[in-house]
Design a protein around this ligand. Structure first.
Ligand code: 3HC
Ligand code: NAI
Length: 705
């Protein structure tokens, strides 16, 4: 079957892109489109042309897999094809449905009239691939939708609804019906335009949208200032702004050339490679080699959540947000009331910010029912346990659930550290037990580490992976170990941050380096946000269990303990590693600095100047090294899964592709050698993992593991 199918509707030629699953504009599609434009322009039996996508969408843009490859010589670039399409004398109408993204929207903008169906998403998301719209999008969108709207859409990469696109003038006509109705309307529009005999309305020749920039010379600088925080460390967002600015100062042909030059500079850079890796990693993560896509899943129509504290409350909201009824269990009525009130307050805060309607809040609250009796969960499809992090409490609870719940229920635990297999052993159905490790705040963070126990059934894994998607989360399948993937690696990072403070750095130095690298905040601001008391309690438990700190290891909690002894638990007490005043902005605190200096002395460190480079390497290389161990042990299926965990659970910058991809861009030999040096300088905990050493010796990366 041809990549561009041609049909006739009377004197209208209908071109359907045919490249499943998303009609990506790969070589055969471009070749087909190019040839059709040439042919139909000369065909005396054709009055006008309609372009659409076969299958489930119009077009999701360039074929991302082709980036970095060279097309055969006769296949022209999309930009040139669209210039010819736009220049046609015969009217060209786009019949848009499903998705028109990136080159897909650029194609539509190259047409003279746009008809769009319901539930359609339109936008230029190239920036989230580290590039810019390279086929005229930065030149045509501002002319059609206005400079401010185009800037916002192109720099955020946000896809808008058909209604928003219509309001912005991107779409000329909305049709309420299925694909066939959209095509019929587009054919009718094409016939009308052809009959009218007026010259086509070409986006590139329009100037209405550019006017708003002419009277406002500071528009672009103001925009650059407003995006500085979001765009830090990246080139693509700024290149997008430059191109839109060029649209307001250059003739179309020059603007298109400028855009092309900027596109070429970006497309092979590490930023774009990292973001392409992120894109494919997020899709790969759903594929489990030994749990094929056709594995049966169990229906999930309702849920139970046990414990309505920090996590349980958030998890209940996640289910309600996805439209699933959820029963929340607490053992005491007072704790239940407090938990439900917290949920209501949480929703109310979103309503007051205008991000949720009161009606929608009421609908979601209506899906949440509280109870204090476990038997209320008898008919539930999935139960997520989020009670205290204590093995005895959890085992006792799972034994009771085993008696109460119907056969086939999925019994999930939100434990962040405990052994899922041991929890499962408290039931007579370990095959139905799985970990669903949400991240805090559960209703915001997108990551779910789905922890596969030794006996977890494939069907249960498939169901929970599918459920993650239904809940709007990114599910990553991991194995059982202390801290699973994310927190086990985090532990390495936090430990080195603490050691660096003992040796000479201050929390604000470390946080600055990590923030500038691209994480949303540094380790100390993160601890203050999560609550320093959490780690403090864990350390105390460990010390008790071990009968003191082991003499052969360096203890990383010396300063943190002193901070906690003073009740400095972080943001919730107004003070932690930093002080907070009334707000949430961390400010360095001389009292903390005094404690640090005093402790360094007690521990016998002559404080030294620590470079930004050392801070970055000491914090991140051990984290990567632990990732290598996790990979070697099979706790994560792929290095790219670890990247997904870090991007969605901890805000590791997408433009670096996640820690494992980033490590590949540095070179594993460099990382292995640096870890060997750290091992000598610091201690055995810095020893490079065997997998890291092997890959480094073979000149390979984690992508080859
Ligand atoms: N190129 C190649 N493959 C693509 C693709 C693209 N543009 N878009 C999606 N795919 C693939 C996915 O990798 C996935 O493959 P798999 O089944 O083998 O894993 C399959 O298509 C289905 O994709 P999703 O799972 O993402 O499907 P959804 O229905 O959830 O989402 C979508 C559909 C909203 C279109 C989403 O796929 C998407 O956002 N795609 C990327 C859109 C984009 O960034 N376009 C810009 C491309 S760059 C460009 O156009 C440059 C131009 O300016 C010159
Ligand atoms: P929390 O202390 O805020 O909430 C626990 C709730 O469970 C309390 O409201 C308590 O009353 C209730 N509870 C205790 N035993 C119960 C029982 N037998 N029946 C019914 N309710 C009971 O604790 P948090 O922080 O929500 O943690 C819950 C679980 O989630 C733990 O396993 C924790 O390790 C895990 N987790 C916590 C994260 C966090 O950032 N707080 C992140 C990810 C996982």
């Amino acid at each position: 079957m041809s990549a561009v199918i041609e049909e006739r509707r009377g004197r209208i030629a209908l071109l359907k892109l045919n490249n499943p699953p998303v009609n990506g504009l790969g070589w055969p599609v471009r070749e087909g489109l190019d040839a059709a434009i040439d042919r139909l322009g000369k065909d005396a039996d054709v009055d006008a042309i309609v372009v659409t996508g076969d299958g489930r969408m119009f077009c999701a843009g360039a074929d991302i897999r082709e980036f970095g490859t060279t097309p055969p010589e006769h296949v022209r670039g999309l930009g040139k094809i669209l210039t010819d399409l736009e220049a046609m004398e015969k009217p060209v109408v786009a019949a848009i449905h499903g998705v028109a993204a990136g080159g897909g929207l650029e194609l539509a903008l190259g047409c003279h009239h746009r008809v769009c169906g319901p539930k359609t998403k339109l936008g230029l998301p190239e920036v989230s691939l580290g590039i810019l719209p390279g086929a005229g999008g930065t030149q045509r969108l501002p002319r059609v939708a206005g400079v401010a709207k185009a800037l916002e859409m192109i720099v955020s990469g946000r896809l808008v609804s058909e209604k928003e696109a219509f309001k912005a003038g991107i779409v000329d006509e909305l049709v309420d019906g299925d694909v066939d109705a959209v095509i019929d309307a587009a054919v009718a529009a094409a016939e009308k335009l052809a009959a009218a005999g007026v010259p086509p309305r070409r986006s590139g020749e329009r100037s209405d949208g550019l006017k708003e920039a002419q009277g406002n010379p500071s528009l672009f600088d103001d925009f650059r200032k407003s995006m500085a925080k979001r765009a830090r460390g990246m080139n693509a967002p700024y290149a997008c702004v430059r191109c839109v600015e060029a649209a307001t100062t250059m003739a179309l042909a020059d603007g298109l050339q400028y855009e092309r030059d900027e596109f070429v500079k970006l497309v092979d850079a590490i930023e774009a490679k990292s973001m392409r890796h992120a894109f494919f990693a997020e899709r790969e993560v759903a594929k489990i080699p030994d749990v094929p896509a056709d594995t049966p899943t169990r229906p999930i129509q309702n849920a139970g959540v046990i414990g309505c504290g920090t996590m349980g409350g958030g998890i209940a909201m996640v289910f309600a947000n996805a439209g699933l009824p959820v029963t929340v269990i607490e053992s005491e009525q007072s704790a239940l009331d407090a938990g439900l009130e917290k949920i209501a307050n949480n929703y109310a805060a979103t309503v007051s910010k205008g991000r949720l309607s009161q009606e929608e809040m009421d609908r979601r609250m209506g899906l949440i029912t509280g109870a204090t009796d476990l038997t209320e969960l008898a008919a539930t499809d999935i139960v997520v346990e989020a009670v205290f992090e204590n093995m005895d409490v959890k085992k006792e609870l799972f034994a009771r659930l085993d008696k109460v719940c119907k056969p086939g229920v999925i019994l999930a635990t939100n434990t962040s550290t405990l052994d899922v297999d041991e929890i499962a052993s408290a039931t007579s159905r370990p095959q139905d037990v799985i970990g669903t490790h949400f991240f805090s705040p559960a209703n915001v963070m997108r990551l779910m580490e789905n922890v596969r126990g030794e006996k977890t059934a494939d069907e249960v894994i498939a169901t929970v992976m599918k459920l993650s998607k239904t809940l709007g989360k990114v599910g990553v399948l991991v194995g059982v170990c202390h801290g699973f993937v994310g927190n086990r690696m985090l532990h390495q990072y936090l430990r080195e941050a603490m050691f660096l403070v003992e040796e000479g750095a201050l929390p604000q130095d470390i946080d600055r380096v990590i923030y500038d690298f691209g994480l949303p905040m540094g380790p100390f601001a993160m601890c203050d946000l999560a609550g320093n008391d959490v780690g403090w309690r864990v350390r105390q438990e460990q010390i008790k269990a071990q009968g003191g700190t082991p003499s052969n290891a360096r203890y990383s909690g010396t300063i943190a303990d002193k901070i906690c002894d003073l009740g400095r638990f972080g943001q919730k007490t107004g003070k932690g590693w930093f002080k907070y005043g009334d707000g949430r902005t961390p400010t360095p605190d001389p009292d903390v600095e005094a404690i640090i200096l005093e402790t360094s002395k007690e521990l016998g460190f002559a404080r030294r100047e620590i470079s930004d480079e050392e801070i970055l390497q000491r914090c991140l290389y051990p984290l990567v090294n632990e990732g290598a161990k996790i990979l070697d042990e099979g706790i994560a299926l792929r290095a790219s899964d670890i990247d997904v965990v870090w991007m969605h659970g901890y805000g590791f910058p997408r433009f670096r592709g996640g820690p494992m991809f980033w490590a590949d861009t540095i070179g594993l030999q460099t990382i292995a050698e640096t870890m060997q040096r750290f091992e000598k300088e610091q201690g055995p905990w810095m020893a490079p993992s065997p997998l890291l050493l092997k890959l480094a010796a073979d000149g390979k990366g984690f992508g080859d593991a």
